[in-house]
Design a protein around this ligand. Structure first.
Ligand SMILES: Nc1ncnc2c1ncn2[C@@H]1O[C@H](COP(=O)(O)OP(=O)(O)OP(=O)(O)O)[C@@H](O)[C@H]1O
Ligand SMILES: Nc1ccn([C@@H]2O[C@H](COP(=O)(O)O)[C@@H](O)[C@H]2O)c(=O)n1
Length: 692
C-alpha cells in the first residue's frame, strides 16, 4: 500500500516543521523533517573539519545513519537534536545542501523513508523532487518580517537575543541561496496550495491543511460506493462499531467483523475534549478507518470525514431553508470577512455586510456573526458565500417602524399653540429644522424674529436650544415660530416709550393729513398735521421730504391696533399760549427781519408780529433799511390781532402821529391867542406832507 503523502515546502521560518509535527500527531502521520537531515550532515561536516566548499569531501554522507526516535534526531547514533540548531550549522547548511551529491543521497534516503507509510514531510524540494506524486502539496510562506519575529521569539525563549533586522537579513540570505541553487531549488510546485500564514495562527493553518488532507483521503464518492460489511477492512472504509471501553480521551470499539478499533477524542468531532458523558459502553458509532497498522493491532477510527458531510448537509439545509446561522469571524481582509461554520470556510463580501460593521471591521476577528447563506456549492473546495443583507434590512425596517411609531406617538401629543423646547438640527438659508425628540419642525427665517433677518446664521447656530411655538400642524408637519414668543416691536416700543417721550424717525410716507414716521423697524407712527406745529402758518406738506428725520413726542401707543400717534409741536412751547394783546395797545418790539419794500417782522412779548411799510413812519418810506436795522427796539401799536391765527399787526406810524398830535395840543394850550383849531392844524400838516 503506497500510503498517504503530504509534502510541505516553504522558506525558512514559515512554520513548516511546527505545522507538520502537529498535523502528524493529529492525523497519525509520520513526520519527516528533511531540513534536520541537511543540518545533521552540515554538523558532521563541521565536526570532521572537511573543506565545506569541496563536494568530493562529502562522500561520508552515503554512510551516515540518520534516525528519529522520541522526537530526537540521531546521526550515526549521536543525539544531534540541539547541536544542528547552532548558528554555525545554520550559516553553512545552505551551502552544504547545494551540492548535488549531498542532495541526491539525502533525497533517496527520504524517499525510502516515506515508502508505504502515511507521511507528512517538510523541506524545500518535497513537492518538486522528493515526493512529486504526493497526495497533497502545500507551500507555506509568510512575510519575512513576520518570520523573523517568530524566530526571534523562539530565540528569546532560550534567552538568546538578536537584532530583528539582522535576523530578517539572515533569513532572506538563506532563502536566496536555497531558491537560486542549481540542484532542486526551492520553488512552488505547480500543483501546490500556497498558504500565506502572515496573518494566520498556527491553529488556523493546521485546520486549513487538515481539511485539505481529509478531503483528499476520503471523498464523498468513495464513501457512497463502500459496502464495508464482511469485507477485509481497509483505510477509508466506513464501519459501524460498538463501544466496549470508554476512557477520557479514547474509546474502544468492536467492529462488525470482530476487529477492534479505537478513536481519539479529537476525531469524534463536536469539539469535545472528553468522552465522559458523551459516549457510553454499548453505544454504536459509525466512523471511517484512517489507519490499519496501529499498534497493538487496533484500527484507528475517525468520525471527522463523516461529520464533514453531515456538516455540509447542515449548511445545505440552512441555505435551502434560508436559515440564520451563527458563524465565527476567522479573518478580515480587504475584500470581506472569512467566517467559519460547522468547520467550513464561508466568505462574506463587504457589500453584503452592515455599514457599521464595515466601519469597525478591524475589531471583528474572533466575534460571532449571524448570517444567511446566499451561495452554496460543493466540490473539492466548496464555495460558500454569506450575506447580512437580509438581517440588516430587516433590522433597518424594524428600526424605521419603531421610529415612525415613536414619531406618531410624539406628534399626537403636540398641538397648535404648544410651546416647546428643541435643538437646531439643520440650517438652510431660509429655514431651520428644530428637533424635539422623534419629531422635528420647520422654523422659517421669517418666524425667528420680528425684525427682518439678512443672514439666518447670524441669529442661530447648529445645536442651539430654542423655545418655539407650534403655529401650524398638518399631518406630521409642524410649522414653528420663535418670534411668536417674543414681544412685538410695538410691544417693545410701548414698553420703552411712555407717553410724552421724545422719539426720532424718518418720514416714510406723506399723506394729505399728516406724515407716517418710521420710529424703529416695523414700528410706524402718524404725525397728524394738527400736531406738526403751534404755528398755524407752518405748512409741512411743502417743506418736509420723504426720508427727513423728524423729532416728535409720543402722544399715544395702541398696541392692539398697532397705532402710534405723534406730536411734534408738543416738544415746543406755544409762544401765544400766555400772551394777550389789545388793539391800540403800545408794546415794545424788536426788529428780527426786514422784508424789503414790505415791512418788518418784529418780536413782541415773545411772539412774532408784522409792521407793514405803510405803518413804519408818518413820512413816506423809500428804503426800510435807511430807517431800521435788525435788533432795533422801539414802541409800536397793536392795530390788529388774532391769536388763533398767530396774527399780530403793529404800527409805529400811529404812535408817531399821536406824538405829533399831543405836541400840537400842548402848543395850543400855551398859545391862548391862537385862532386855529386842532382840526385846522392837522389839515395843514397833512396838506404839506402831500405836497412833498
Ligand atoms: N501561523 C504560524 N504558522 C506557523 N508557525 C508559526 C505561526 N505563528 C508562529 N509560528 C512560529 O514560527 C516559528 C518558526 O516555525 P518553524 O520552525 O516551524 O518554521 P520552519 O518553516 O520549519 O523553519 P525552518 O525552515 O527555518 O526550519 C515557530 O516558533 C512557530 O511556532
Ligand atoms: N528539503 C530540504 C530541506 C532543507 N534544505 C536545506 O536545509 C536548510 C535547513 O532547513 P530547515 O528547514 O531546518 O531550516 C535549508 O535552509 C536548506 O538549505 C534543503 O535544501 N532541502
Amino acid at each position: 500500500m503506497p500510503g498517504f503523502k503530504v509534502a510541505i515546502d516553504g522558506p525558512a521560518g514559515s512554520g513548516k516543521s511546527t505545522i507538520s509535527k502537529k498535523i502528524a500527531e493529529k492525523l497519525n502521520l509520520t513526520h519527516i523533517d528533511t531540513g534536520a537531515m541537511y543540518r545533521a550532515i552540515t554538523y558532521l561536516a563541521l565536526e570532521k573539519g572537511i573543506n565545506l566548499d569541496d563536494e568530493s569531501e562529502y562522500e561520508f554522507v552515503s554512510k551516515v545513519k540518520i534516525e528519529y526516535k522520541n522526537e530526537k534526531i540521531y546521526a550515526n547514533g549521536i543525539d544531534v537534536t540541539t547541536k544542528i540548531r547552532d548558528d554555525k550549522v545554520t550559516k553553512n547548511v545552505s551551502k552544504v545542501s547545494s551540492f548535488p551529491y549531498v542532495r541526491r543521497t539525502l533525497v533517496s534516503i527520504q524517499q525510502e523513508a516515506a515508502k508505504n507509510i502515511d507521511v507528512i514531510m517538510d523541506g524545500r524540494d518535497i513537492g518538486t523532487v522528493v515526493l512529486p506524486n504526493a497526495d497533497l502539496k502545500i507551500f507555506l510562506t509568510a512575510h519575512v518580517k513576520e518570520r523573523a519575529k517568530r524566530r526571534l521569539k523562539d530565540k528569546e525563549v532560550n534567552n538568546v537575543t538578536q537584532d530583528i533586522e539582522q535576523l530578517a537579513k539572515e533569513l532572506q540570505e538563506r532563502d536566496l541561496k536555497d531558491s537560486t541553487r542549481k540542484e532542486s531549488p526551492l520553488v512552488v510546485a505547480t500543483d501546490a496550495i500556497v498558504i500565506d500564514t502572515t496573518n494566520f495562527t498556527i491553529e488556523d493553518t493546521i485546520e486549513r491543511i487538515t481539511n485539505e488532507i481529509l478531503k483528499r483521503r476520503i471523498t464523498m464518492e468513495e464513501l457512497q460506493m463502500k459496502d464495508v460489511k464482511f469485507q477485509t477492512l481497509k483505510v477509508r472504509d466506513k464501519v459501524e462499531g460498538t463501544v466496549f471501553k470508554v476512557e477520557d480521551n479514547v474509546i474502544y470499539l468492536t467492529l462488525e467483523n470482530f476487529e477492534e478499533g479505537r478513536m481519539f477524542v479529537e476525531f469524534y468531532g463536536k469539539n469535545i475534549t472528553s468522552f465522559k458523558d458523551v459516549v457510553k459502553e454499548g453505544d454504536k458509532v459509525t466512523a471511517i478507518i484512517t489507519k490499519m497498522n496501529d499498534e497493538p493491532s487496533y484500527i484507528l477510527l475517525s468520525r471527522l470525514p463523516l461529520l464533514k458531510d453531515e456538516s455540509f448537509k447542515v449548511i445545505e439545509d440552512a441555505y435551502k431553508d434560508n436559515k440564520t446561522i451563527e458563524t465565527k469571524i476567522t479573518k478580515v481582509d480587504e475584500k470581506g470577512l472569512h467566517l467559519k461554520y460547522e468547520g467550513f470556510d464561508i466568505f462574506l463580501p463587504y457589500g453584503l455586510l452592515d455599514r457599521e460593521l464595515v466601519e469597525s471591521k478591524d475589531t471583528l476577528k474572533g466575534q460571532t456573526l449571524e448570517v444567511h447563506l446566499i451561495e452554496v456549492k460543493n466540490g473539492k473546495r466548496p464555495r460558500l458565500i454569506a450575506s447580512r443583507k437580509q438581517i440588516f434590512e430587516a433590522r433597518r425596517q424594524q428600526e424605521l417602524e419603531e421610529r415612525q411609531n415613536a414619531r406618531k406617538e410624539e406628534i399626537d401629543q403636540i398641538n397648535t399653540g404648544d410651546v416647546l423646547k428643541g435643538t437646531i438640527e439643520r440650517i438652510e438659508p431660509h429655514a431651520a429644522t428644530v428637533r424635539f425628540n422623534h419629531v422635528a419642525g420647520l422654523l422659517r427665517i421669517s418666524q425667528i424674529q420680528h425684525r427682518r433677518i439678512e443672514d439666518i446664521n447670524e441669529v442661530i447656530k447648529l445645536g442651539d436650544e430654542i423655545e418655539v411655538k407650534v403655529i401650524k400642524k398638518e399631518g406630521m408637519r409642524l410649522d414653528l415660530s420663535h418670534k411668536a414668543l417674543l414681544p412685538t416691536p410695538f410691544e417693545a416700543f410701548s414698553e420703552e416709550h411712555k407717553k410724552g417721550s421724545a422719539v426720532k424717525g424718518a418720514v416714510v410716507q406723506k399723506l394729505p393729513f399728516g406724515l407716517i414716521i418710521e420710529l424703529e423697524e416695523g414700528v410706524r407712527g402718524l404725525l397728524h398735521q394738527s400736531e406738526y406745529s403751534w404755528n398755524p402758518n407752518d405748512n409741512f406738506a411743502n417743506f418736509v421730504k420723504i426720508g427727513d428725520v423728524v423729532e416728535s413726542a409720543v402722544l399715544l401707543v395702541d398696541v392692539k391696533k398697532k397705532k402710534i400717534s405723534l406730536s411734534r409741536k408738543a416738544l415746543f412751547d406755544n409762544p401765544w399760549k400766555n400772551v394777550s394783546f389789545k388793539r391800540g395797545e403800545n408794546v415794545e418790539v424788536k426788529v428780527i427781519e426786514i422784508i424789503t419794500d414790505k415791512g418788518m417782522n418784529v418780536e413782541a412779548k415773545g411772539v412774532v408780529g408784522f409792521i407793514p411799510v405803510s405803518e413804519l413812519s408818518t413820512e413816506r418810506v423809500n428804503k426800510i433799511e435807511d430807517l431800521f436795522a435788525v435788533g432795533d427796539t422801539m414802541q409800536a401799536r397793536v392795530i390788529d390781532v388774532n391769536p388763533k391765527e398767530w396774527y399780530l399787526k403793529l404800527s409805529v406810524k400811529q404812535i408817531a402821529e399821536d406824538s405829533l398830535r399831543s405836541e400840537y395840543e400842548q402848543y395850543l394850550t400855551h398859545d391862548e391867542e391862537a385862532t386855529t383849531t386842532i382840526g385846522d392844524l392837522f389839515e395843514n400838516l397833512l396838506t404839506e406832507k402831500d405836497k412833498k
